[in-house]
Design a protein around this ligand. Structure first.
Ligand code: M6R
Length: 589
């Protein structure tokens, strides 16, 4: 949700901020802007839409110090007036987060004679900063945050100070040290290639950064040290893509993610402790949002088979308002690619406060969720830039497979390694994905249908398709069709039927028959040769996937349907990496 970057150093800030913003663009792409400080004067440039729209304006922005922002709109439309930075006299700020009491602050400032130029919640911050300043930028920013309710990552510039100040609560900020100067950024990927080492700011920290020095203060303005560590990871942005789109590149890394996650969990030092916790649990609660929640659906099946206690998957945004009952014997497993999703963090904290032991499953080892968890299980997907989650889902499934088979961990790892080989073969395959994508693109609506774990994959496949192609789509159990949804089936509607379990295959074939007899379109995606043989000539498309054991088929079926979603977006002329209205990391509630 919005990306911020700030720089103070020896080089021209505009170019560095621009490059940093390109790496952060996946966090929001409604508008972009930057302010630089040169000759005691702040210059601000901003544009609606993509970061690249700023390129022609950069020549106007002088100086070796500045702040930049790429926006995902929360308050006010995605117009240029609402683009950050926002200025007030000699001050300029960028903000990621949400100021919940902005309306009352704004009314107060208007009564004092201030004029506002945007509809954002953020603009009050810069007005307050101007009013609080009395010679110390960090102290002024601290005073401002004392008046705010909500969450924020703020970077602030003042025309008479050759550096910047930052503040955080609820939204991530990292500081970076590099040969060319010092930085602040919303995530580590923006620092790759710029900074050699970085630290994560803690809640309510304030930092004052110049080209030479970084000073960090805690919420009481006491100087503190935050541990620096090497900057790791691939560069995001256009340079790091190496493929037509991140979505394709990242689906292509599914197999690698499975292998790396298996390796990490094989050497995880707290496996026995985790197993003991799960064995003595009275209940296991899994929680996450979007794709991470969909991974929880599969995780719940796997864990219940192994541990026998009730296992419940809860949508995090719901769980935080209406939490399941937990005790000191309950284990909560919070799943989040980014580890920064506000709903997931809140739900996890609520369950932990209720007494549950909190295990997080995340792809980002320095994220907020890792700092509140009792135990952290790594998903080793590497940076995921495409807004649509693909390889992280596959990694989350791998974690659930491994923690649900402690007695046979080595053979489960061997199985996953051979399934990874099959997944790899699949990602080289284009023809069937294109055929089914064409059927999707030509349909008014697409239903993904399955039974058991195939239904869980159907729900995820449906989310993937609708977020990148904007085609209406839903996932549903095959058995439910006849209880209502069949009313929607006609020749303009496609049903994608997933069949990977020999035990329930015939029931799914019945669903196919019901759809065909209403002249609905059908595509079958199966790992079972006999199903492909019997349905192949009768449906609009039939994709026979590599044959893998039913309990591990999700890796294969989900990958195939990720490819279908990707191809559908391309056929419709859409950018799959940056779907409209969405952003990668949802740090607001
Ligand atoms: O970073 P998280 O895994 O916590 O993100 C959760 C969801 O916002 C995320 O999975 C979202 O649904 C994706 N865009 C789906 O592709």
């Amino acid at each position: 949700m919005c990306g911020i970057i700030a720089y103070a150093g020896s080089e021209r800030a505009a170019g560095i901020l621009y490059e940093g913003l390109k790496k952060l663009e996946y966090r929001g792409y409604d508008s972009a802007g930057l302010s630089t400080l040169g000759g005691g004067r702040i210059t601000t440039v901003k544009r609606v839409g993509r970061v690249e729209n700023l390129a022609p304006l950069l020549k106007d922005a002088e100086g070796c110090c500045g702040i930049g922002h790429t926006r995902w709109a929360t308050h006010g439309e995605a117009g240029s007036a609402n683009a950050h930075p926002h200025e007030y006299g000699p001050f300029s700020i960028v903000h990621n987060g949400m100021i919940e009491n902005y309306a009352e602050l704004r009314a107060e400032l208007v009564a004092l004679g201030d004029a506002f130029f945007s509809q954002t919640d953020s603009e009050v911050i810069v007005h307050l900063l101007g009013r609080e300043y009395s010679g110390d930028l960090a102290a002024a920013l601290h005073a401002v945050t004392g008046r705010l309710k909500g969450c924020w990552a703020i970077a602030a510039l003042y025309a008479s100070f050759n550096g910047f100040a930052v503040a955080r609560r609820g939204s991530p900020v990292l500081l970076g040290r590099g040969r060319r100067g010092n930085f602040a950024a919303s995530d580590m990927s923006a620092l790759v290639g710029f900074a050699e080492s970085c630290c994560v700011l803690e809640e309510d920290d304030i930092a004052l950064v110049t080209a030479e020095e970084i000073a960090v203060f805690d919420g009481a303005m006491r100087p503190v040290e935050r541990p620096f560590r090497p900057v790791e990871g691939e560069a995001g942005g256009e340079d790091g893509k190496g493929c037509a789109h991140y979505m394709l590149k990242e689906i292509g890394q599914n197999a690698r993610t499975m292998r790396a996650t298996c390796a990490a969990l094989a050497s995880f030092s707290r496996s026995e402790e985790l197993t003991a916790r799960l064995r003595s649990a009275d209940k296991i609660v899994l929680t996450g949002c979007g794709t991470a929640y969909n991974a929880c659906l599969i995780g719940a099946r796997l864990l219940e088979w192994e541990y026998g206690c009730p296992v419940r998957a809860c949508i995090a945004g719901e769980a935080r308002c209406d939490p399941p009952r937990v005790t000191r014997r309950t284990v909560c497993i919070a799943v989040s690619q980014s580890g920064e999703t506000a709903d997931t963090l809140r739900a996890a904290l609520t369950l932990r406060e209720g007494g549950a032991y909190l295990v997080s499953v995340t792809n980002v080892g320095y994220s907020a969720i890792t700092r509140v968890s009792d135990m952290v299980l790594p998903v080793c997907a590497g940076p995921e830039v495409c807004v649509a989650a693909t390889k992280s889902y596959i990694g989350q499934l791998a974690v659930f497979h491994l923690i649900s088979s402690p007695r046979t961990a080595a053979s489960r790892r061997a199985l996953l390694s051979s399934v990874a080989d099959r997944v790899e073969e699949l990602t080289a395959e284009g023809e069937y994905a294109r055929t089914i994508a064409r059927l999707c693109a030509d349909s008014r609506a697409v239903f993904f249908i399955g039974r058991g774990a195939d239904y869980d994959v159907a729900v995820e496949a449906s989310l993937k398709l609708r977020e990148v192609s904007y085609i209406f789509s839903a996932g549903m159990p095959a058995s439910e069709l006849k209880h209502g949804t069949l009313a929607l089936v006609d020749p303009t509607v496609l049903s994608v039927v997933i069949i990977s379990d020999g035990g329930t295959a015939e029931k799914c074939v019945n669903a196919v028959e019901q759809i065909l007899s209403r002249r609905g379109k059908v595509a079958v995606v199966t790992t079972l040769p006999r199903i492909a043989e019997s349905l192949g000539g009768r449906v609009d498309a039939c994709w026979l996937l590599p044959c893998v054991p039913a309990h591990a088929s999700a890796f294969v079926t989900a990958t195939a349907l990720q490819l279908v979603a990707y191809r559908a977006a391309l056929l419709l002329g859409l950018d799959p990496d940056k779907p409209r209205n969405l952003a990668k990391s949802v740090t607001v509630e």
